[in-house]
Design a protein around this ligand. Structure first.
Ligand code: SF4
Length: 505
């Protein structure tokens, strides 16, 4: 029997053919499988034979009949899941292996309990390789913005090891639902227009888009967050295999950064501790309000928060850090609390997390100075470890003590909508615990003042991820931020009524 699948990843077609072969009692060594792709020798296994099902191309004597009832033996559900991965593997022998396993499961029920069977082990390794390739594609696809006649598109070039484009496409359509994008690969290409996925044949490497301004920003950012003291090249190569490097712009920086890592680490060890400095003097006391009435201006807010000791954090920090940005901004982005660098500079979002936020905002075409940036807690909470001040999350009672200052800031700035970066900010803005992963990417209409709140991750959460996961997490965070600048208002232009939860389309 010769059986050819027209589509090399069509699991349903394989199942139809395999089921029919099994029902007819055709043993595995009587079947030659082909998927219509070029074999390693360059010639297609069955030449010009038309595609079709069982028996069309049979040129063998009839196979011995199957034992009665063999074809009706059920196979475990896990076998179907295994086949769904294995069929994506590039090995031309995978179809024969899948059918052989099906035949054996039907005739040797004990096989499902034999974890050391050679066929099972081989299929398991193939499935594992496919899943790893899927994961790597999610982590290492890098989009470049391209302007065309139909507007802006994001295009990426990727070279998967296996035939995973169709299987992975729904992930990208969910993650980047708001963007129009295309992923080009040598064998298969996929595009998303905001409504539907379309597939076409593979692309040539020369169709790969040239670097854009975002790539240079990404490289600058990568250079700045590279921590020489935490460099583990072997682990980096394991998580980010070298074969992907030629498609990753940041790969060109790795070797020079690694070469300089030891000297940079030593200079960090030798450097004296950074003294905490009070760089902004407290305002004169006569500017402080005599009672606890809400401050009447942002300057007054700075003064009163600087002097505030409503919770223990105030005594630890260099200064209070209020927000900055235009009054009346369309969006107020609220983080957790100032970090080490913000505490010293007296400005929000100037440390590594702030630089990441700046980069994302620039990519979205929303420069930092168009939004108001603030924190839920106004003083920096930390613990000393040697010379370093390590960030500590504010306790709930501390965040609650600070909440009225954030309310005052919102009342003074009058933003149209609020964006909560992380759980502390979300809780401060919504007055309830928020599971960020579950509620991210949506406009929530729960505040008494009617301002909608959009929840997403704090940029520092991305910085804590392993290198291999960071790029994919960054892209999905970028998609969230894109949604945060979509209108949270109804067609009437009025803010929607409270207690409605509206998912960003
Ligand atoms: S963190 Fe907030 S409540 Fe605590 S002392 Fe500072 S300003 Fe006051």
């Amino acid at each position: 029997m010769r059986v050819r699948l027209q589509d090399p990843v069509d699991l349903d077609a394989f199942r139809r053919e395999a089921r029919q072969l099994l029902a007819n009692g055709v043993p595995p060594d009587h079947v030659e499988w082909s998927d219509g792709t070029q074999g390693s020798g360059g010639a297609e296994l069955f030449g010009d034979a038309p595609a079709g099902g069982l028996g069309l191309f049979s040129d063998e004597p009839a196979a011995p009949p199957a034992p009665a009832g063999a074809a009706r033996q059920p196979v475990p559900a896990s076998f179907l899941a295994l086949c769904a991965d294995v069929i994506l593997h590039r090995d031309p022998g995978r179809l024969a292996l899948m059918y052989r396993l099906l035949w054996r499961l039907a005739h040797e029920p004990s096989l499902r309990h034999d974890p050391l069977d050679a066929d099972m082990l081989r299929a398991g390794l193939m499935a594992k390789a496919v899943r790893r390739d899927i994961h790597k594609m999610r982590a290492f696809v890098r989009f470049t913005r391209v302007e065309g006649e139909q507007g802006e598109r994001h295009v990426a070039w990727f070279e998967p090891d296996h035939r995973i484009v169709e299987a992975n496409a729904p992930f990208f359509s969910r993650r980047f639902a708001q963007m129009q994008w295309a992923i080009l690969t040598p064998e298969r290409c996929v595009a998303w227009d905001g409504q539907a996925l379309t597939f076409r044949d593979g692309a040539d490497r020369r169709e790969r888009p040239p670097p854009d301004a975002g790539e240079q920003l990404w490289l600058t950012y990568y250079e700045n967050i590279f921590n020489p003291a935490r460099l583990k090249l072997a682990m980096m190569r394991r998580e980010m295999p070298v074969r992907y490097w030629h498609n990753l712009p940041e790969a060109a920086l790795i070797q020079p950064l690694a070469d300089a890592a030891q000297a940079r680490s030593q200079s960090m060890i030798d450097a004296p501790a950074t003294p905490a400095r009070r760089i902004r003097a407290p305002l004169p006391l006569h500017l402080l309000p005599a009672d606890r009435a809400a401050p009447a201006s942002l300057d007054e807010l700075r003064a009163v928060t600087h002097a505030c000791r409503d919770c223990p954090i105030g005594a630890l920090a260099t200064q209070a850090v209020c927000g900055e940005g235009p009054v009346g901004a369309q969006r107020m982005l609220v983080g957790e609390q100032p970090g080490d660098q913000e505490d010293l500079a007296g400005r929000p979002f100037v440390g590594p997390a702030g630089q990441l936020l700046d980069r994302a905002m620039a990519q979205l075409g929303r420069p930092r100075d168009t939004v108001y940036l603030a924190n839920a807690v106004k003083h920096f909470k930390y613990e000393l470890r040697g010379k370093r001040r390590i960030h500590k999350t504010a306790a709930q009672r501390e965040a609650e003590a600070c909440a009225h200052w954030l309310d005052s800031e919102i009342a003074l700035v009058q933003p149209r909508a609020l964006v909560a970066l992380g759980a502390t900010a979300a809780r401060a803005l919504l007055g309830r615990p928020v599971a960020v992963q579950a509620e991210r990417g949506a406009w929530l209409h729960e505040r008494a003042d009617g301002r909608p709140v959009f929840v997403t991750l704090h940029p520092s959460a991305l910085l804590r991820l392993p290198d291999a996961e960071r790029a994919a997490a960054y892209d999905s965070w970028l998609a969230d931020l894109y949604g945060a600048f979509e209108s949270p208002l109804g067609d009437s232009g009025r803010i929607q009524p409270a207690a409605a939860r509206v998912l960003v389309p």
